[in-house]
Design a protein around this ligand. Structure first.
Ligand SMILES: NC(=O)C1=CN([C@@H]2O[C@H](COP(=O)(O)OP(=O)(O)OC[C@H]3O[C@@H](n4cnc5c(N)ncnc54)[C@H](O)[C@@H]3O)[C@@H](O)[C@H]2O)C=CC1
Ligand SMILES: O=C1O[C@H](COP(=O)(O)O)[C@@H](O)[C@H](O)[C@H]1O
Length: 257
């Protein structure tokens, strides 16, 4: 990819994972919400995704986008997800069409499908021997308004793909935690996404050829209720980490060679 890749939400956790893993792999154009504490090594701007002008400036000259910016709180109120997540994402897609962007990678979430975790299925579905899987073909089933905003982002992508031809990849990110899986949290261990697997799946989403995809972004955990088969097939995702290889913060087993 010769043109710059726009990374919104560059100052956040997912942005850090992507930049740490792929710093030199792309010519990045970073969008921050507020001025970064340290001067970045890449082109950057400060702006708000709910501002048409800021978004147009961010999109200028890029051919691919990883759109992370938004309110990530599962308990976020409607006003916030409406402005930051839904309106912001629509403005990003509109500007992407105007700029002729080819590829749009959207940070969706496990919370787009949170209501599949019913009282009848939990906690068994979080355990290694349970075979229940969501694979991305199911309809969204959010468990909160944040999840509604992520499901809406996926549908916006469907529209902009079908009507304007952008390649769109929605990554339903699980639980990104640095260094080790969440501790004493079965659900979080089942949807753990390590930092290196996070960088890798976004690299795959920038490199692969596809039309419109919904994939789960988790490591290859023994515990899982999200299938990673579609991410493997459509993107060539080859995760290295597994929450079962950890005892608390300690890695106790290495990945298979
Ligand atoms: N961290 C995780 O485990 C997961 C994250 N995600 C999604 O990934 C994305 C990134 O999440 P994190 O890095 O964890 O969150 P974060 O809060 O660390 O980063 C989000 C960034 O977006 C920026 N931002 C928020 N509203 C903005 C606006 N209106 N205009 C411009 N920038 C804005 C914030 O300043 C922040 O730097 C979010 O969309 C979140 O919903 C989805 C599933 C799991
Ligand atoms: O979408 C998100 O999901 C992760 C994991 O969800 P949780 O319910 O286990 O906390 C969350 O940490 C992150 O903030 C959110 O954006």
């Amino acid at each position: 990819m010769d043109d710059p890749v726009l990374l919104t939400g560059a100052g956040g956790a997912v942005g850090a994972a992507i930049l740490e893993g792929l710093e030199d792999a792309y010519e990045w154009k970073l969008m921050f919400h507020s001025p970064p504490a340290e001067e970045p090594d890449h082109e950057y701007l400060v702006g708000d995704v709910s501002s048409e002008g800021d978004v147009a400036a961010a999109m200028d000259g890029v051919s691919a986008v990883i759109h992370l910016a938004g309110d990530p709180r599962p308990e976020a109120p409607w006003d916030s997800v409406l402005e930051n997540n839904i309106d912001g994402t629509q403005k990003m897609y509109e500007a992407a069409v105007d700029e002729g962007v080819e590829k749009f990678v959207f940070a969706s979430s496990n919370h787009a499908v949170g209501s599949f975790e019913t009282d009848e299925r939990t906690p068994e579905m979080y355990r290694p021997d349970d075979q229940y899987r969501l694979d991305g073909t199911e309809l969204p089933r959010p468990g909160n308004l944040y999840g509604v905003s992520k499901a809406t982002g996926e549908v916006l992508g469907r529209y902009y793909h079908d009507q304007y031809g952008l390649s769109v990849c929605n990554i339903r990110i699980g639980n990104l935690t640095r260094g080790h899986p969440p501790i004493d949290y079965e659900r979080g261990q089942a949807m753990w996404l390590s930092y290196r697997d996070c960088a890798h799946i976004h690299d795959c989403a920038l490199q692969a050829d596809y039309e419109y995809e919904i994939v789960y972004g988790i490591s290859d955990n023994d515990r899982k209720y999200y299938s990673i088969e579609r991410a493997k097939e459509a993107l060539g995702y080859d995760p290295q980490d597994n929450s079962a290889h950890f005892d608390g913060e300690e890695r106790v087993a290495e990945p298979e060679p």
